[in-house]
Design a protein around this ligand. Sequence first.
Ligand code: CMC
Length: 428
Amino acid sequence: MDKTAMLTLDGKSYTLPIIAGSEGERAIDVSTLRNQTGCITLDEGYGNTGSCRSQITFIDGEKGILRYRGIPIEELAEKSTFVEVAHLLIMGRLPNSPELRYFSDLLTDNELLDEAMKHHFEGFPAHAHPMAILSAMINAASCFHPELLTDRQHDCFLVQAARLLSKVRTIAAFAYRKSRGLPAIYPKPELKYTANFLHMMFSLPNRDYALTPEVVRALDLLFLLHADHEQNCSTATVRMAASSHANLFASAAAGVCSLWGPLHGGANQAVLEMLQAIHQAGDDGSRFIAAAKDKHSGKRLMGFGHRVYKHYDPRAKIIKRACDEVLAELHISDPLLDIAKHLEEAALRDPYFIERKLYPNVDFYSGIIMRAIGIPVEMFTVVFAIGRMPGWIANYKEVMESSARICRPRQIYTGPTLDHYTPLKERK
Ligand code: CMC
């Protein structure tokens, strides 16, 4: 295979190196292009741009493959847990027993928020969206750890990582309690990561939430399946912030803001709202599909389509199966699941979706599981954010350990050419 690419421009030829990844993907290295030719590359939406080299997650969107540190997502979903996977992503390997015990202890030791932070929660209006609270409070939490602001190398990165991963769960639960006017419930050190989140979400001061293994397992699986997804919008945001040497908490808070949008993590909330609207309208989904195909309707089939997957999203396959299992275990029959399945079948037969290679993505069925286990719809994207945290942390670490320059794209300016200031009274 060629090791270089030739570019001809204005009658001159330039040689550009080809970079190959460990799975055979290839890229043309254009890092010297502007110096050599005066030209930049333009790729709005970055569909053809590799922004970094990374050893964390591999996706083959044509084949529907997703691996964390080389391990297929299907194997992890079946055999592992969210905390193990967080260690895998952040430290690059599955933990052995002492490492897992150490990491779990760190998570427990860091589960509390500084009491002063409780006043910040009070300042938010009732019904504030928990994603707004989450990003603000992650940033606020950095103020209670001044070493984050000064110590760029972090003596022990795992301690900082565990601190963020543990506190984000407490912040998320407190944000929900605040949005419902309920008192905050403190974490219990004897509970594991996911069980503790459910406890802080749903226990009352006078009555503990009854944890069931089915519910804990289902939520842990959702966290695990969301844990990383290479250079998606929010992870790219985290890396962008990290490249300016912003601290870990600030970079993660930026990731939360990017994740919130309905084309990204906010799609899980949008899917459920779409299914509810279809249900209330008495539509079996056919009318909605027709609208989603009409560019003027302003509607899209939420939970469908993906920039990278041109095949079934492997996470969606696992979640769809889990959905059936969880609803059966909990003896729940949800009409929204029937609508979702009907929408999927109809879309996968429809030439519009076939031609554009639009398949269900991770968000299509996840909301139905969350609804079944009692997570309110405005918390769906927060659950995604907790799940994605290990991926953001691992990507942050990779940036900090590299000698990468600050991320600073260029642009093609299309505004007015030189103009001059017009005094106010002469303006039309
Ligand atoms: N419903 C109807 N048409 C769609 C959809 C959809 N869900 N998704 C893409 N299309 C059409 C789009 O209109 C375009 O058609 P045409 O070629 O005729 O102009 C074509 O398919 C390509 O779409 P695109 O918008 O250029 O694709 P993209 O790679 O820029 O966007 C996406 C990817 C995920 C933002 C998009 O598919 C979408 O908006 N999906 C719905 C929102 C959603 O489910 N987001 C979650 C993504 S997965 C998890 C995550 O990232 O958080």
